[in-house]
Ligand binder design. Structure first.
Ligand code: P6P
Length: 350
């Protein structure tokens, strides 16, 4: 592509919209507003070390986790970028216990946005990549300004999903069901420019497993055997370990290089740590669209029916053959789903 013909996010979305004659343009405006919010968050993240926005605000979110100043900023920026567009009926955020109806002063629309405004925020102070994750559904209830039913939909019904990774560069990666597209923010022109058209998990994939082995003592015997097998030299061995501890960064690497990311349930957290609605589901949609697989250890992750906004779910996602092998091992040796799998989350919320 010549220097003069960059494909910006807006151009790409408009061209994609032309492929769907029945498209109303609402989705297009939604994605553009998310991109605007992402640019504003990126600006703050990239200067966090300079301005007084690092660290916590001596408060906790609905999960009892310390809220970082950038968390609050990202949550508010996303809500304010989207509340007036007339495309959403409601939103749900990791930072809020209940779903957020669109304020009466603005028109309500037919879409639902679920988001984690700043995932991995505990890594902010040590300059590790963090991210925003979003999931878009169509409203299914008759409630003008949305309902819990509109939020609690299985991941297979998502219209679109994406993430923004604030790392060495800021990238927006999204799918709307016709492949995965990656855009890199060019700060000199303030535009997200298409840099990764049609992202696919590579085959052969890098033999990488990504899991927090600090939880070893709480894992099931089957989970330990699985990791030992991967570490070993046999047919299923020879894997390297890579774990960043920031979901967006670990999944982004898995998309680009291949491998398997795991956050299993264990004796302390039977359904694992990751949230179904605004972390696991959107990432599962993206991974599947990139040719990979996503499971809770027994069930296709996109088929899990949420029970509560903040359900947790075990996660195994990445290269299809690696995920199939993990699920096969966990279910064969168990004879039934592993801890927490297929539970549709515990309803445990905090
Ligand atoms: P652990 C970050 O806090 C996060 O929510 C995800 O981004 C990440 O994958 C996970 O938790 C890391 O959790 O228990 O390994 O520190």
């Amino acid at each position: 592509m010549s220097e003069y013909s960059v494909v910006t996010l807006s151009r790409h979305i408009i061209e994609e919209q032309r492929l769907h004659p029945d498209a109303t343009g609402a989705f297009t405006s939604l994605l553009m507003e998310i991109a605007l919010a992402a640019k504003m968050i990126s600006r703050q993240v990239n200067k966090a070390g300079i301005t007084d926005i690092l660290g916590g605000i001596d408060d906790q979110n609905v999960h009892g986790e310390e809220v970082q100043k950038l968390d609050v900023y990202a949550d508010r920026v996303l809500f304010k970028a989207l509340d007036h567009t007339g495309t959403l009926c409601c939103l749900a955020s990791e930072e809020h216990e209940s779903f957020l109806p669109i304020p009466d002063k603005f028109p309500a629309g037919d879409y639902v946005l679920l988001y984690d405004p700043l995932d991995g925020s505990s890594n902010i102070d040590v300059n590790v990549s963090i991210g925003t994750i979003f999931s878009i559904h169509r409203k299914v209830s008759s409630a003008e300004r949305g309902s819990l039913e509109d939020c609690l939909q299985p991941g297979r019904r998502q219209l679109a999903a994406g993430y923004v990774i604030y790392g060495s560069s800021t990238m927006l990666v999204y799918t709307s069901g016709t492949g995965v597209f990656g855009f890199t923010l060019d700060p000199s022109i303030g535009e997200f420019v298409l840099s990764h058209p049609n992202m696919r998990i590579p085959e052969p994939s890098a033999k990488v497993y990504s899991v927090n082995e600090g939880n070893w003592s709480a894992w099931s015997a089957e989970q330990r055997q699985l990791v030992e097998e991967m570490r070993g030299e046999g047919e299923h061995g020879g894997f390297s370990g890579r774990y960043i501890g920031s979901l967006v960064a670990d999944i982004h690497r898995t998309l680009l290089r291949g491998g398997i990311f795991m956050y299993p349930g264990d004796a302390r957290m039977p359904n694992g740590k990751l949230r179904l609605l605004y972390e696991a589901s959107p990432m599962a949609f993206i991974v599947e669209q990139a040719g990979g697989r996503a499971s809770d250890g027994a069930t296709r992750l996109l088929d899990v029916q949420p029970r509560g906004l903040h359900d947790r779910i075990p996660v195994f996602m990445g290269t299809s053959t690696f995920v199939d092998r993990a699920v096969g091992h966990l279910t064969a040796t168990l004879g039934s789903p592993p801890v927490g799998a297929g539970a549709g989350g515990s309803g445990e919320s905090r």
